[in-house]
Design a binder for this molecule. Structure first.
Ligand SMILES: Cc1cc2nc3c(=O)[nH]c(=O)nc-3n(C[C@H](O)[C@H](O)[C@H](O)COP(=O)(O)O)c2cc1C
Length: 230
């Protein structure tokens, strides 16, 4: 199971086949998933297309509905946990896509976001096809170690992550959006940052640690999220 390899070929899948497969693989994978913060309870449900409301022009045979207790960093945690699953599904030929433009029909105040998934033959691409900010733009100085984070998916490809080098790894920030973009993205950008941290974890499984500093450097136009050792 080489999840790191998937980072360099993955893409959001919006084109699915109506083929069934054994959904048990999801529960099995989730038993060993890593969290950013063990103290935040979360869970998921697997739903069929007719159990969700969509504002996308495409749809998938299955949707994961993600739920969480509302605590500090709960959205980062959801992004972090379920991006690992997305990379795992990709390694099995199952495509997925985070879906901000959708909700569940059931009323549940712990609902966070959907992920569509299903069998697909359109799930990979060449590295040259990724549209991303440069490594210089996402850090105080360009560093190849950040490549996995650079390639992470994000809402409307907003890529709201910024990394500042520290003695042990990086301090992680979320870029504050301008007033127009903020309306749409404030809901999703913390999830995006968690997704980028999942990519750094998968690429540095042995050493990765997430923690929160009490005295971090303030950077104008950025919100401090936490720090990582890698
Ligand atoms: C939190 C989040 C929400 C997203 N919501 C949608 C969505 O509602 N509809 C959609 O087509 N894509 C959605 N996406 C996929 C992004 O558009 C996609 O990740 C981005 O454009 C980069 O492309 P890539 O994932 O193929 O690398 C979402 C991604 C994230 C991380």
């Amino acid at each position: 199971m080489d999840l790191e390899k998937q980072i360099y070929v993955r893409k959001s899948c919006r084109n699915y086949m109506d083929e069934e497969f054994d959904l048990k693989i999801i529960d099995e994978f989730m038993v060993n998933v890593k969290t950013l913060n063990d103290n935040i309870k979360y869970y998921y449900k697997i739903l069929k297309r007719d159990e969700v409301n969509l504002r996308t022009r495409w749809s998938a045979p299955y949707y994961l509905a993600l739920f969480s207790q509302i605590k500090d960093n709960y959205k980062e945690n959801i992004g972090f946990v379920f991006q690992q699953l997305s990379l795992y599904l990709q390694s099995l030929g199952i495509g997925s896509c985070w879906v901000g433009m959708g909700s569940i029909k059931e009323k549940n105040s712990e609902f966070v976001i959907l992920i569509s998934f299903g069998k697909s033959d359109k799930i990979s691409r060449d590295i040259s096809k990724f549209k991303r900010k440069s490594l210089e733009d996402i850090s105080d100085y360009a560093d190849e170690k950040l490549k996995p984070a650079q390639l992470a998916p994000s809402a409307i490809n907003s890529q709201p992550w910024y990394f500042k080098h520290s003695d042990e790894g990086f301090d992680v920030y979320q870029v504050q959006q301008n007033i127009i973009k903020r309306q749409i993205l404030k809901k999703w950008n913390p999830i995006d940052v968690g997704i980028s941290l999942a990519h750094l974890y998968v690429a540095n499984e042995e050493t990765f640690e997430f923690y929160i500093k009490k005295d971090f450097e303030k950077i104008k136009g950025h919100t401090y999220i936490g720090s990582i050792k890698i």
